[in-house]
Ligand binder design. Structure first.
Ligand code: M6R
Length: 606
């Protein structure tokens, strides 16, 4: 995720900005930059790659001045490069931006038609053009920003600097975090407390739809209509290490909580509810030539592929095969130019997935990559790329990458279904309309996660766990087991509930916790009957069921309710309590949750 820092006061801005950006490095980024005002103009220095590169550049082209803005970028629109790095400067206006402008294409076309020239591929530059177009006629910078934001749809935190008006910075927030740091005769602005914690502990947290005018001596908050807002400052007592994790004890916890935002960002700009269609980022996949889809991935991404198979086959009726990338590449697979290979990789760098993609391409297949890292190796090698907008995932155990992969696969399945004509427009509309409600449902679910902490304490000393589900809940059972074993080191198995009686039922006794995924839907009754088989053998049942289920309480030892949604979308919600369960079990055991033993975040070797 991108990071923002801004300063206005009596000191040199650049060292403060660079130090703030250094504090944000842990979040992951691919480029960095600053814009600092002095003597009538703002000097912009930007650099692809690590902050070290920017610092070296600043040694050659110093940026002196006492007001400035800085940014670390995690690319979403436009590859990582110097020109795509922030700040973006148009005329007298410089802008840094976190988040996604959903209507960036439409706005870009409009601006280009009226003569604007773009120098980057980013959505951010649009904001700089919009403010630049308003500033000449506006009463001040705040009014120009207010007017410009009236045209923007999306999630953003922005900070704007005007070289003709250097006594002020204007910031605004909609769905991306923004905080103001208060000093004596100086003020700070940042996307995260961490960036400015070395400078001040007095912070004002900005809320949705608010604009802030920041001068050396004052911070004025208004809503988008210009009505004044009063907000008390808070004294931050977090250490820098706590602040990096937004106050959470582990990145995994932070990333679990970020999922509603990550899902919303992955949907942003891609769902067209008016026409019941999905925009696949300009990927014009020709379905008429596709006879089969083959999905390749590893670990958690493999589990999302298994859900993807259900989604794509059901909606498009194109047959789908799923392979572990590590197996696929060595089994001389049948693959040719009528196959579409979908390779899923959070990091975009997993060696086995990369090997599978290379092989498929050599044999003539077209490859669509789903990744979380723009311009990483796998999407670069692929013919088409579709990005999850989860933001950097730091915890080794994948959480928000998984749910955003599921969202991406659902969008792709709907797109393919509409293309093949096998998905009725009404059903597409229903699915898309329901998808946009998922972030709120997810937030609600995560907020009620304390119950999982109690369950984790109750069963966390068990020797093993079994997870089971049917249909699209079977891959979620696999994912629940993987999560638990990788961070708590407890042996866990995921099983299709229907397979129980073919072997694993022998494991069941009063000491075995069995997590049963049993949401409402066509397979509910069948799963309940598997659950009663476990109960008959005294297994301890933790049921993940749909809210309002009246029957399940009498059959299970513990019931965790998930919000109601369409069956196709249930995995996106049902995996969340499993993530929380494994997190709390691991926490109870005191393992190294973010960096479990023997594991790396990205497996770039075989
Ligand atoms: O970056 P990728 O999605 O290609 O990574 C694949 C697996 O290594 C990864 O999902 C791994 O299984 C995670 N640690 C699971 O939490």
């Amino acid at each position: 995720m991108c990071g923002i820092v801004g300063y206005i006061g009596p000191r040199q801005a650049t060292p403060i900005l660079v130090n703030g950006l250094r504090r944000l490095e842990y979040r992951g980024y691919d480029s960095a930059g600053v814009a600092v005002w002095e003597g009538g103009s703002a000097r912009v220095v930007r650099c692809q790659g690590k902050l070290r590169g920017l610092i070296e550049k600043l040694e050659v082209e110093p940026a002196p001045g006492k007001v400035g803005i800085g940014h670390t970028r995690w690319a979403t629109h436009g590859r990582p490069s110097d020109v795509n790095a922030h700040p973006h400067k148009v005329g007298r206006i410089s802008v840094v931006h976190n988040g996604i402008i959903e209507n960036h294409l439409a706005l870009r076309h409009e601006l280009e038609a009226s003569g604007s020239k773009f120098s980057s591929e980013t959505d951010t530059e649009i904001v700089a053009h919009l403010v630049s177009a308003e500033i000449e006629d506006a009463k001040d910078l705040t009014a120009a920003v207010q007017k410009a934001l009236g045209k923007v749809i999306g999630a953003f935190a922005i900070v704007v600097m005007d070289e003709k008006n250097p006594d002020v910075l204007v910031a605004a927030k909609n769905a991306s975090p923004l905080v103001i740091g208060l000093g004596e005769g100086e003020n700070f602005v940042a996307s995260d407390v961490t960036a400015i914690l070395d400078e001040t502990k007095e912070m004002v947290f900005i809320e949705e739809g608010e604009i802030v005018t920041i001068t050396r001596d004052a911070v004025v908050i208004t809503d988008l209509e210009g009505n004044p807002v009063t907000r008390e400052a808070k004294t931050i007592r977090w250490t820098a290490a706590q602040a990096e994790k937004d106050g959470y004890r582990h990145y995994m916890a932070k990333e679990i909580h970020e999922q509603p935002r990550a899902v919303a960002d992955t949907l942003a700009g891609r769902v067209d509810l008016e026409h019941d269609t999905v925009a696949l980022d300009g990927n014009d996949i020709d379905v008429s030539n596709i006879k089969r889809i083959v999905m390749v991935a590893c670990g958690t991404s493999y589990h999302s592929s298994l859900v993807g198979k259900f989604l794509i086959e059901q909606m498009s009726r194109i047959p789908v095969e799923v392979d572990m990338a590590s197996e696929y590449r060595y089994r001389d697979p049948v693959v040719n130019d009528t196959d579409l290979v979908i390779a899923i990789s959070q990091s975009g760098e997993t060696a086995d997935t990369m090997g599978a993609v290379q092989l498929a391409k050599e044999r003539g297949a077209k490859v669509l990559a789903i990744s979380n890292v723009l311009e990483s190796s796998i999407p670069r090698l692929a013919d088409y790329a579709f990005y999850t907008h989860a933001g950097p995932e730091i915890g080794v155990a994948s959480t928000k990458a998984f749910t955003t992969q599921l969202v991406s696969l659902t969008l792709i399945a709907i797109h393919l279904g509409r293309q093949t004509g096998k998905l009725a427009p009404e059903r597409a509309r229903e699915l898309l309309a329901e998808m946009v409600t998922l972030p709120n449902k997810m937030a609600d679910l995560i907020e009620h996660g304390a119950q999982l902490q109690v369950i984790a304490r109750r069963y966390g000393n068990s020797q093993g766990f079994l997870f089971m589900g049917r249909g699209n809940q079977y891959p979620i059972a696999l994912e629940g087991a993987l999560k638990l074993k990788e961070i708590s080191y407890i042996h866990a198995e995921g099983y299709s509930a229907g397979e129980m009686k073919h072997g694993p039922i022998a494991l069941i006794d009063e000491n075995l916790p069995v997590v049963v995924l049993v949401p409402q839907g066509p397979l509910y009754e069948k799963t309940v009957s598997n659950l009663t088989e476990v109960r008959a053998r005294e297994g301890k049942i933790i049921a993940i069921a749909s809210s309002g289920d009246q029957e399940i309480g009498a059959l299970a030892d513990e019931v965790v309710m998930i919000p109601n949604t369409l069956p196709e979308l249930q995995p996106i919600l049902s995996v969340v309590p499993l993530q929380q369960l494994s997190y709390y079990v691991a926490d109870h055991k005191g393992t190294d949750i973010d960096q479990p033993r023997n594991l790396a975040k990205s497996v770039t070797v075989e």
